[in-house]
Ligand binder design. Structure first.
Ligand code: PEP
Ligand code: MN
Length: 453
């Protein structure tokens, strides 16, 4: 008698490996397939970096933001590097995000969901597979998880063992973030402390006076006998672009409570503008995991694309499941975004809309740096709020590339960073980031927009 074939493997049931039959853009050409297989096997038995329960809480938080009752602040490096995963730099990034969140919470009187582009943001999509300098052509730098930045054949050759280093660096980064945000450092009664160590400047001064107001409010509440347990710790989530399939697949785990697959490399994973093709690996893969998913939408996005992405990634119209991260450019957002938000508003879907005011505003300076004008960044944020106001939809968050360090990568801000400054303090291996002061200035602008929403 023929027994029916029963396959009880939940990964098989979930179709996790279907992506292998689809084209996948932006993947490295590893020189040695056996070594990739060995690293994947090793990754697949390492402990998860995040837990399914946390991911579920985040989905509920994002659902609040999608319905206008909370706001998402997502920020961090364009590309994290192994060398920069030091205690000082991680602390500066966390402090910057905590400060921005305070400015937003106070200005908007609503909960702010804090999320780093941190503890996993190591893989980068590139416009070309290779880079030529003089008469030498080498593979393009694809992020520390794939190869090294130095322009030598040795550094640029993709090395799968880097995926293990990325996992370990993510684990130690996340451990420090958890210590900072759960161990008392993020206590709202320390709002002043977070400013310590940053240079004096107008944005800091403005922050200090806000911190004083918060202090007074807290003292008043304490005098009234309020309980401050809620202020002691804060939720902090981590996110990255889900790009490198040989890393994401082995870190996908089946949750023992529910039997559902979760990506455990980060809480929130987004699909980039360059890998969101409908019948390709990334959209298919992320459609099968339970994490909240983001998709970047550039200025050429059509209504049909958005409708189909919703169908693929959020067929059940689950609150908090899907976030659209629009990155149109300051000069295009007022023209290109309205049709998308109106079409979605008039459908049965309720994704979270957030703005990435960085990636549509790239320029190359006369002295050869990849930069962005701070004014363009601010203008795209304003445009984002205008469009949502006109459509009657919720502007639910911001997604920015920033660092807590005093770099000079984006032009302008009240510090008036000019092209000459880039030559001295440009550190990013990839896109230009807002520095600490520009990040605070942006937070004040967003808070103003939120207050009058
Ligand atoms: C990024 O977020 O660094 C990035 C590459 O963005 P996008 O996919 O929007 O170009
Ligand atoms: Mn970037």
């Amino acid at each position: 008698m023929n027994e029916p074939v029963v396959n009880a493997d939940p990964a098989v049931i979930a179709g996790l490996d279907h992506y292998l039959t689809l084209p996948a853009k932006q993947q490295p050409t590893w020189p040695d397939a056996a070594e990739v297989a060995a690293v994947r096997a090793e990754l697949s038995v390492l402990p998860p970096l995040v837990f399914a329960g946390e991911v579920d809480i985040l989905r509920a938080r994002l659902a609040e933001a999608a319905s206008g009752k909370a706001f998402l602040l997502q920020g961090g490096d364009c590309a994290e590097t192994f060398a920069d995963a030091t205690a000082d730099r991680i602390r500066n990034r966390v402090k910057t995000l905590l400060q921005m969140a305070v400015v937003l919470t106070y200005g908007a009187s609503m909960p702010v969901i804090k999320m780093g582009r941190m503890a996993g943001q190591f893989a980068k999509p590139r416009s070309s597979d290779s880079e030529t300098r003089g008469d030498v052509t080498l593979p393009a730098y694809r992020g520390d998880i794939v190869n090294g930045y130095d322009f030598t054949a040795q550094a640029r050759t993709p090395d799968p063992r880097r995926m293990l280093k990325a996992y370990n660096t993510s684990a130690s980064t996340l451990n420090l973030i958890r210590a900072f945000t759960q161990g008392g450092f993020a206590d709202l009664r320390s709002v002043h402390e977070w400013n310590r160590g940053f240079a004096d400047n107008p944005a800091n001064a403005r922050y200090q006076s806000l911190a004083q107001e918060i202090d007074r409010a807290i003292k008043f509440m304490a005098a009234c006998g309020a309980d401050f347990n809620e202020l002691r710790t804060t939720e902090f989530y981590v996110s990255h672009e889900g790009l490198l399939m040989d890393y994401e697949r082995p870190l996908t785990r089946i949750d023992s409570r529910t039997g559902n697959p979760y990506l455990t490399s980060g809480h929130f994973i987004w699909i980039g503008e360059r890998t969101r093709q409908m019948d390709h690996a990334h959209v298919d893969y992320l459609s099968r995991v339970r994490n909240p998913i983001g998709v970047k939408l550039g200025p050429t996005t059509q209504v049909e694309d958005v409708v189909e992405l919703i169908e693929r990634l959020d067929p059940n119209r689950e609150p908090g499941r899907l976030t659209f991260i629009t990155r149109m450019g300051a000069s295009k957002i007022r023209e290109e975004l309205p049709k998308l938000v109106e079409a979605v508003r008039d459908s049965d879907a309720n994704p979270l809309w957030i703005t990435d005011p960085m990636h549509g505003n790239g320029i190359t300076t006369k002295n050869g740096y990849k930069s962005r004008r701070f004014d363009d960044v601010m203008d795209e944020v304003r445009g984002f709020f205008e469009v949502h106001k006109a459509a009657g939809t919720y502007p639910g968050g911001v997604h920015v590339e920033l660092t807590g360090d005093d770099v000079a990568e984006c032009l302008g801000g009240s510090d008036l960073i000019d092209e000459a400054a880039l030559e001295e303090r440009y550190e990013s291996l990839c896109d230009p980031r807002l520095n600490h002061m520009q990040s605070l200035e942006l937070a004040f602008l967003v808070a103003e927009q939120l207050a009058k929403r």
